[in-house]
Design a binder for this molecule. Structure first.
Ligand code: ATP
Ligand code: MG
Length: 444
């Protein structure tokens, strides 16, 4: 892609309305454009990043055997009246009337919708377990939409739902999602810590929030530092190893403020290991048993002729919030350098030819390099403008491709001036560059 052709309305300075760095950067490089409070259009750069995050989320859902569906954004109020949440949900729910004067709503979440699909389709325990998910826009009329995509009113969420025959089987499903979340956030190059959480209006009693540390986060957390040293290299989907994996995390006290208890915290964590800080909630999982299946009469036939309500859990990831969360974690706002992890970067590499008037040699060279990169599935952004060197680099640093090649005097012959963002420049061949990027891509 040529920079001169890219739809990217870059601003010289940070927009004054943005208070946190992710919101600043997203507006500054034109990843999003506000349409009204908490509602955004996604422009090419931002959309590309979000779609890459979505794809990683999808792959990790598929790996644990969840099946993708797509439910509508607009739902009928009938099912919400059945579950009892039509009244409870309050003003966060955007309520709409259709031309027949029927009460409709823009879905803030999908427990009711998916329970309705389940109960009208499956009747036997033999069809269980079922793990279903979709990735769809949600609407919550948040009282204080702010921080750009971090707290939007319209936002993009992956929400999954599990259906099981018993509590024990349901915990197994829960643990699969627990593992899948650890893997997902790791691939996004984020350290997300599972914390025991309150279930809020969803209901139930088992719940974890996945939180990344950030001063600008809206969740207050109380945790044992040592939880950060755990790694999630677990791959086994077998029941017992999943149980062990969750235990490994639950050994360390780590809760959000609704669950916080000073006495318990001080008893469980020695002074030097206590960490009280703020974080961003990027995912949330719940087990709520038969709360919805009972209210909405979603049961299955058991062996022996009895019936029982199906046991359910739900599992959310804030896909659009993650775009902002990754920026909060990776943007060096002092030096104005964005370091996207390669797995979600809008471009893999930036090619910066030093172009003088009437001399196209450097640009020709960049175009030739690009041909080789395309053959290797490496997505490059070429700065074909005639701006001066420092403003070119400034711009590329904001866009944040993880690798840069400068094509100027030092890139003579076969050796290219190559740089990984934030590291030393090295002179290496194109072949070597391709190898480095491919290796990094394969490791994800
Ligand atoms: P919060 O506590 O931040 O309001 P929540 O607990 O209400 O979030 P859930 O119902 O658990 O949210 O939704 C699942 C995920 O969707 C959250 O973990 C978060 O990543 C994302 N999310 C929730 N609300 C918003 C929002 N207003 N804007 C962007 N993402 C959101
Ligand atoms: Mg939540």
């Amino acid at each position: 892609m040529l920079l001169s052709k890219l739809f990217i309305p870059i601003l010289k300075n940070n927009p004054s309305e943005a208070k946190i760095k992710s919101h600043q950067l997203m507006l500054r490089v034109g990843m999003i454009k506000q349409s009204s409070a908490g509602i955004y259009s996604w422009l090419p750069l931002g959309f590309k990043v979000m779609k890459k995050i979505e794809e990683i989320v999808r792959q990790e859902q598929n790996k644990i055997g969840a099946q993708e569906i797509l439910m509508p954004t607009i739902q009928s109020s009938e099912i919400w009246k059945e579950s009892g949440r039509y009244e409870d949900y309050g003003e966060e729910m955007l309520r709409i009337k259709d031309r027949q004067n029927r009460d409709m709503l823009y879905g803030p979440t999908n427990e009711e919708q998916v329970t309705e699909i389940f109960r009208s389709s499956l009747k036997s325990y033999k069809s269980l377990p079922q793990l279903l998910y979709h990735i769809q826009w949600k609407f919550r009329d948040e009282i204080r939409p702010r921080f750009g995509v971090m707290r939007g009113r319209e936002f993009y969420m992956k929400d999954a739902y599990s259906f099981d025959i018993s509590d024990e089987e349901a915990f197994y499903s829960y643990n699969k999602f627990f593992l899948s979340y650890l893997r997902t956030f790791k691939r996004l190059s984020l350290t997300a810590i599972p914390m025991a959480a309150d279930t809020g209006p969803i209901g139930g009693n088992l719940s974890h929030e996945f939180i990344i540390l950030a001063d600008t986060g809206e969740s207050k957390i109380f945790t044992d530092k040592r939880i950060f040293d755990l790694n999630s290299n677990d791959t086994e989907l077998e029941k017992n190893s999943l149980r062990q994996m969750r235990k490994k995390y639950e050994k360390y006290y780590s809760v959000t403020d609704e669950k916080f208890n000073k006495e318990e915290f001080e008893k469980a964590v020695s002074e030097e290991n206590r960490l009280i800080t703020k974080g961003i909630e990027v995912g949330h999982i719940f087990y709520f048993g038969d709360k919805y299946s009972k209210a909405m009469n979603a049961s299955v036939d058991l062996p022996g002729g009895k019936k029982d309500f199906v046991k359910m859990g739900s599992y959310g990831i804030g896909v659009s919030r993650l775009v902002g969360a990754i920026i909060e974690a990776k943007y060096d706002d002092k030096n104005e350098i964005m370091k996207w992890p390669l797995s979600v970067a809008p471009y893999d590499i930036a090619l910066v030819p030093m172009i003088n008037k009437n001399d196209t040699a450097a640009l020709d060279k960049a175009n030739n390099i690009n041909k080789e990169l395309i053959k290797n599935n490496i997505d490059a952004l070429i700065d074909d403008t005639e701006e001066n060197f420092s403003s070119k680099i400034k711009k590329m640093n904001l866009i944040g491709a993880p690798y840069q090649v400068i094509i100027g005097k030092k890139s003579d012959g076969d050796l290219l001036e190559f740089k990984e963002t934030g590291k030393q420049t090295q002179n290496i061949s194109l072949k070597k560059i391709v190898e480095i990027i491919k290796k990094q891509k394969n490791s994800n």
